[in-house]
Write a protein that binds this ligand. Structure first.
Ligand code: GLP
Length: 261
C-alpha cells in the first residue's frame, strides 16, 4: 500500500487523474472501476479537461460503477447513473455500450448481480478501481459488517449512510433503503485500487482503513490485503495517520520512484 498525502483536494484529484490517464494511454481498452459521491468529482473534472485539452481518448475504455440505489430510474437526479452521466460520461468520448452501472430497477436482482460479476470477468477483470470511503468505513455500499469476501448483491443501507446521503435528497426519508453494490471480494479482484478521501470528516475512516485492524466493521480496511493499493488523501483526511509516511511522498516524483523500487 502506498499512502500519498497531498496538500489539498485539487492535488489529490490531479494525482488520481494522472494515474488513470497513464494507464489509459498504455492500455486504451482499460477496464476502469468508477465511484460516485462528492470525492471523485475533482478527478472526473480533471479527466474531462484532459479529454478536451489533451485529447485523452476514452473510445475504447470499459467502465463498471461500484453501486446504485435500488428503486431509482437512471433518469432520477439522485441515481448514480444520472450522476455519472452528468459529471463524466456526457463530456468524454465513451461509447454508451461500454458503460456498466448496476441496475437498481432490475426485476431479477440476483440474476442481474450474477450477470454483473460475469461481465466483469468476461472483459478480463477491472484494471483500476477508484474508491471513496464512507465516514463509517464503507466502500461502495458495503456497510460495516459486510462479508470481506462478498460479491455484487443487495445491501441494506445503515441509518448513518442514509443520513449522510440525505444532503442530496429533499430529506432522509427519500433516501432509498437498499442499494446494489459490488462486493468487497469483487473490489479486491481489481488489479489496482485507488482510495480517495478529502476533508477532516474522513480522517477517522482513513486511519481505520490504512492502519486499523483488518475487520468487517471497517470494510475499507480490506485494502490492506491488496497487492497494489494507493491511498491518496489530502492533509485533513490524512491527519490521523501515524505510520511512516514521509512528507517527501507528497510529490509524484517520489510516487514514480517508489513504483520502480
Ligand atoms: C456513498 C457511495 C460510496 C462513496 C461514499 C462517500 O455512500 N456509495 O461509494 O464512497 O458515499 O461519499 P462522499 O465522497 O460524498 O463522501
Amino acid at each position: 500500500m502506498l499512502v500519498i498525502v497531498k496538500d489539498n483536494y485539487d492535488q489529490i484529484s490531479k494525482e488520481a487523474a494522472q494515474m488513470v490517464a497513464d494507464r489509459l494511454r498504455k492500455k486504451p481498452n482499460l477496464v476502469l472501476g468508477l465511484a460516485t459521491g462528492s470525492t471523485p468529482l475533482g478527478l472526473y473534472r480533471e479527466l474531462i479537461r484532459m479529454h478536451k485539452k489533451e485529447g485523452l481518448d476514452f473510445s475504447k475504455i470499459i467502465t463498471f460503477n461500484l453501486d446504485e440505489y435500488v428503486g431509482l430510474l437512471p433518469t432520477h437526479k439522485q441515481s448514480y447513473a444520472y450522476f455519472m452521466n452528468k459529471n463524466l460520461f456526457a463530456h468524454i468520448n465513451i461509447p454508451q455500450h461500454s458503460i456498466h452501472i448496476p441496475d437498481g430497477m432490475a426485476h431479477d436482482i440476483d440474476g442481474f448481480c450474477d450477470w454483473y460479476e460475469q461481465e466483469i470477468q468476461r472483459v478480463g477483470g477491472i484494471d483500476l478501481q477508484i474508491l471513496g470511503v464512507g465516514a463509517n468505513g464503507h466502500v461502495a455500499f458495503n456497510e460495516p459488517g459486510s462479508s470481506l469476501g462478498s460479491r455484487t448483491r443487495v445491501k441494506t443501507l445503515t441509518e448513518d449512510t442514509r443520513k449522510n446521503n440525505a444532503r442530496f435528497f429533499k430529506n432522509k426519508d427519500e433516501v432509498p433503503k437498499y442499494a446494489l453494490t459490488m462486493g468487497v471480494g469483487t473490489i479486491m479482484d481489481a488489479k489496482e485500487l485507488v482510495v480517495l478521501a478529502s476533508g477532516s470528516g474522513k480522517a477517522a475512516a482513513i486511519k481505520a482503513a490504512a492502519e486499523g485492524p483488518l475487520t468487517a466493521q471497517c470494510p475499507a480496511s480490506v485494502v490492506q490485503l491488496h497487492r497494489k493499493t494507493f491511498v491518496i488523501v489530502d492533509e485533513e483526511a490524512g491527519a490521523k495517520l501515524t505510520g511512516l509516511y514521509p512528507g517527501s511522498w507528497k510529490s509524484s516524483f517520489m510516487l514514480e520512484r517508489s513504483r520502480k523500487n
